[in-house]
Design a protein around this ligand. Structure first.
Ligand code: SF4
Ligand code: SF4
Length: 137
């Protein structure tokens, strides 16, 4: 549950902006996708943006600019989507720093508190591996 000092989400634009969602063209034609991949994307899209993961996050308490598990989950979702043509280098520009995936302390309060049981730890670890690789590319 959100902590008592946690403000109610009224403006999600910082998350959308950090996730680079304004760069995604949603007017394109539908494309065929492997059912397994579609299931994987659907799993991550179950996020209801309740903010419980951010409320439970030690890094988010200390850093206002930290995108939080909700934003990292969105980035992971688009990184998996073959229709999103951004490269890892471009995702690195979004979350390859302390306000992104490298600010996460991996204590996993986010996953413990997520009411939708999203695999946040797995997705953050996935993104971190991709971003580490991108930093050496
Ligand atoms: S706690 Fe889960 S459902 Fe709520 S915003 Fe975070 S990832 Fe989404
Ligand atoms: S694992 Fe990362 S995102 Fe999740 S609560 Fe800990 S610091 Fe926050």
């Amino acid at each position: 549950m959100p902590r008592i000092h946690f403000p109610v989400f009224t403006d999600r634009s910082p998350i959308s902006s950090k996730a680079g969602l304004e760069q995604v063209d949603i007017d394109g034609l539908e494309e065929r996708m492997e059912p397994e991949l579609a299931e994987q994307l659907y799993e991550l899209e179950r996020c209801i943006e309740c903010g419980c993961c951010v409320a439970a996050c030690g890094t988010a308490q200390m850093r206002e600019d930290f995108v939080g598990a909700v934003g990292l989950n969105q980035i992971a979702r688009f990184r998996l989507d073959p229709r999103d043509e951004r490269s890892d280098a471009e995702f690195y520009q979004l979350v390859g720093d302390e306000s992104g995936v490298f600010g996460c302390m991996t204590l996993l309060g986010c996953e413990d508190m997520c009411p939708k049981d999203l695999p946040l730890a797995t997705q953050i670890a996935f993104l971190r591996r991709r971003m580490v690789a991108a930093s050496f590319a």
